[in-house]
Unconditional design. Structure first.
Length: 278
């Protein structure tokens, strides 16, 4: 009997069974970090892009979490200033994934399978992940609490045939969130899911300058729920483990989340266009 979605979500919100190693991408010519399971060949991998005025260090626990579940995860640490280049971050994201695939990681006991790779990102990094995926074929793309980018990521989303996960906060369609527009434009199968009560900046970890000014802040519950959604989605699409198929289904109900129909008019999770949740 397959585990219930609630049981799987609870399981994936906690660290996985693998011991995690950390490496420096700068050794391969790209500023950033890489986290891997202790060993393993032909592993899945994801390149993860940070949000505005943040960096890879603000996602350390999230990156370690993915690695603990057997996924190689690497994050470029570029475009951290107040006027970043979103195309530049997308380019660095692609270079980061190329490093994961082309370089033997760790003490020579870790490798990545080229057809089991994905892009993911948070905030402007979500848009960068979409821009990167429009130029490079991957097995999956995850846009977490996406924010507007220049050029507009939704104009490129139609080029993506890979499965997509779009995660939003309580405000779905605002000036700071283009989650609905991304999901509407997505070229392949996709899921748009709101984390109940979450804010767009809640995924970032630790203190930030903007947090000190009262703009956003770290949210532990948001992080736990989002990590479970992202981990399950990646495990299903990158390893084809059917145990986690509910995380990729457009009509599956998962705890503390709300399924959203991107073609309906609404501004907040809980309004019209939102499917029932548990």
């Amino acid at each position: 009997m397959a585990p219930k979605p609630k049981t799987l979500a609870r399981e994936l919100s906690k660290r996985g069974p693998h011991r995690v190693l950390r490496g420096d991408l700068a050794l391969a010519g790209q500023p950033g970090v890489v986290y891997t399971p202790e060993s393993g060949f032909n592993l899945p991998a994801v390149a993860f892009a940070h949000s505005w005025m943040a960096g890879a260090d603000h996602y350390r626990k999230t990156l370690e979490h993915l690695a603990s579940w057997g996924i190689v995860v690497a994050a470029p640490d570029s475009e951290r200033g107040p006027v970043p280049s979103h195309l530049g971050l997308a380019t660095d994201l692609r270079a980061t994934l190329d490093i994961c695939v082309g370089v033997r990681l760790g003490p020579g006991q870790i490798s990545v399978r080229p057809d089991r790779v994905a892009f993911a990102g948070h905030g402007m990094g979500a848009g960068a992940a979409v821009l990167a995926a429009a130029q490079q074929d991957v097995a999956a793309v995850a846009a977490l609490f996406p924010a507007p980018t220049a050029p507009k990521a939704e104009r490129y989303a139609s080029k993506i045939t890979a499965p997509g996960l779009v995660v939003a906060g309580a405000d779905i369609d605002t000036m700071n969130s283009n989650a609905k527009a991304l999901a509407e434009a997505w070229g392949g199968e996709h899921v748009l899911r709101a984390v109940n009560g979450a804010s767009e900046s809640g995924l970032t970890e630790g203190r930030r300058l903007l947090g000190a000014l009262g703009i956003g802040g770290s949210e532990r519950k948001t992080q736990q729920i989002t990590r479970a959604l992202l981990t399950g989605f990646l495990l299903y699409h990158l390893t084809e483990d059917k145990k986690y198929d509910v995380f990729a289904e457009a009509d599956a109900e998962l705890p503390h989340t709300t399924l959203v129909d991107p073609h309906e008019e609404h501004t907040k999770a809980g309004f019209q266009g939102v499917l029932p949740h548990i």
